[in-house]
Design a protein around this ligand. Structure first.
Ligand SMILES: CC(C)(COP(=O)(O)OP(=O)(O)OC[C@H]1O[C@@H](n2cnc3c(N)ncnc32)[C@H](O)[C@@H]1OP(=O)(O)O)[C@@H](O)C(=O)NCCC(=O)NCCS
Length: 178
């Protein structure tokens, strides 16, 4: 069955977490890997809301931690699909840290992730198109399209360099004859 086109807002996800001591390092600030895990989960939910099928993370773009997130603070994550290709989707995630005593919120991190929709056999599956109605949605879509081109060019270049240095194997495999 062909799925209908969806708006970016149809995929919107908001997730809140409380930073507990188990999430933090000796300085009382959060482990970067914990934020990455929450970003991945939040983005996966947005991708599944768009595709209405299982999705896997194909990549996460650069992640800059702009401000520390402290123990006892609330973490607010918001995710939405910005762009769709044939089987892949770019999801943007914004992370804010909130001091629960004052209500002051700080932008702590942002990232873009690519998810691929997967059919029951584990093969990439076409996703519904995106309906764009606002100027912001169109701008986000165009920016995401440009990022996708850069991302795929980097993947191709890494693969080319790896083959040139190690033969036919993929990155992570034992080096082949050079
Ligand atoms: C992601 C995955 C399904 C892509 O499989 P593939 O054989 O490369 O499939 P294709 O070449 O048909 O590409 C499928 C889509 O993924 C996109 N894609 C593939 N690799 C990508 C990457 N590194 N970054 C961004 N997009 C990527 C392609 O551009 C394509 O998008 P499109 O259909 O919108 O044009 C496969 O690499 C995989 O299963 N990876 C493991 C995923 C996983 O387990 N994630 C959990 C964390 S370990």
């Amino acid at each position: 069955m062909t799925e209908p086109a969806r708006r970016p807002s149809d995929s919107a996800v908001e997730m809140n977490e409380l930073v507990l001591p188990v999430h933090t390092n000796a300085l009382g600030t959060i482990f970067g890997g914990q934020v990455m895990a929450w970003i991945d989960v939040c983005a996966a939910m947005a991708a599944m809301r768009h595709a209405r099928t299982q999705c896997v993370t194909a990549s996460m773009d650069a992640l800059d931690f702009i401000a520390p997130i402290r123990v006892g603070h609330l973490v607010n994550l918001r995710a939405m699909v910005n762009f769709v290709g044939r089987t892949s989707m770019e999801v943007g995630v914004r992370v804010e840290s909130e001091d629960p005593l004052t209500g002051v919120r700080v932008h702590a991190a942002s990232s873009y992730l690519t998810f691929v929709a997967i059919d029951p056999a584990g093969a990439p599956k076409a996703v519904p198109p995106l309906t764009l109605s606002t100027t912001t949605e169109r701008l986000r879509y165009e920016e995401a399209r440009a990022r996708r081109e850069q991302r795929l060019a980097l993947v191709a270049e890494r693969s080319r360099l790896h083959r040139a240095h190690h033969g036919g194997g993929e990155p992570g495999e034992e080096p082949g004859p050079s």
